[in-house]
Ligand binder design. Structure first.
Ligand code: CTP
Ligand code: MG
Length: 241
């Protein structure tokens, strides 16, 4: 897919990149760590920019962030910087408010974590194809492969969950701008913490479809994740040469 299938409805990108990376515990927020020749954030951004059907990408950065201005990829004509907020959902909402000045409420938005540098552009296109075909918002996700236990407070197993219907949610998560903004604002006003867009949409009573992605699309969270990200990104680079 190279262009927006319906001329009047457009697709936009949003990258929340205003986190501090506390679990990574590095000298800089994890989105600015180097992996496979570029920062984590540049890889994530470039994956969205490689999708021609995405008009522009809004990147939410921390207030006072000086590092973003030093990255050439963030100065490109299809990139806009906005100020993020305290929680991930505040950063996404700030970008959606800015996007409302450029886009129609019916337009689609793909929200993608800065911390997921290994997403394959082919998987992003497949998500967009299925969402636009059905008209129902959706997310990339992978079926759970492990046996999953639920515990009580005492670390003793309460039950084993049937894994057939359990999925790990990834990003991008793709919804229409207007309803996504309303859902996030609604969750905010009720004081409900949501860690992804789909949770806000579910609470708002909207359907969310799952599009199977790849386990390679890991979220860089802990120091050891960088080695895996390096491995996957190097593999992508050599297969595209
Ligand atoms: N994020 C954001 N604004 C925040 C918090 C998070 O834009 N206030 C972004 C992060 O930069 C990241 C994505 O949301 O790209 C997913 O969040 P997470 O992996 O939790 O990143 P951090 O919050 O930075 O990490 P940690 O929770 O370990 O502190
Ligand atoms: Mg976090």
């Amino acid at each position: 897919m190279t262009e927006s299938p319906a001329k009047s409805v457009k697709c936009w990108g949003v990258i929340p990149a205003a986190g501090s990376g506390s679990r990574m515990a590095a000298d800089v927020p994890k989105q600015y760590l180097q992996v496979a020749g570029a920062t984590v954030l540049e890889h994530s951004l470039n994956a969205l920019l490689r999708c021609d059907f995405i008009e522009r990408v809004l990147v939410a950065i921390s207030p006072g962030d000086k590092r973003a201005g030093e990255l050439p990829a963030l100065a490109g004509p299809r990139v806009l910087l906005v100020e993020g907020g305290e929680q991930r959902s505040d950063s996404v909402l700030a970008a959606l408010v800015a996007l409302h000045r450029l886009a129609s409420p019916q337009d689609w938005v793909l929200v993608h974590d800065a911390a997921r540098p290994c997403v394959a552009p082919g998987d992003i296109s497949e998500l967009a194809r299925q969402v636009i075909d059905s008209g129902i918002g959706g997310i990339l996700a992978t079926p759970i492969v492990d046996t999953v236990k639920r515990s009580g407070d005492d670390k003793r197993v309460v039950e084993t969950l049937a894994r057939e219907r359990l999925w790990c949610a990834q990003t991008p998560q793709m919804f229409r701008l207007g309803v996504l903004r309303a859902a996030l604002e609604d969750a905010n006003s009720k004081g409900l913490a949501v860690t992804d867009e789909a949770s806000a949409m579910e609470l708002y009573g909207e359907a969310v479809q799952l599009v199977q992605g790849s386990p390679d699309n890991l979220k860089v969270t802990l120091p050891q994740d960088l080695h895996l990200a390096e491995y996957y990104l190097s593999g992508q680079r050599s297969s595209s040469q």
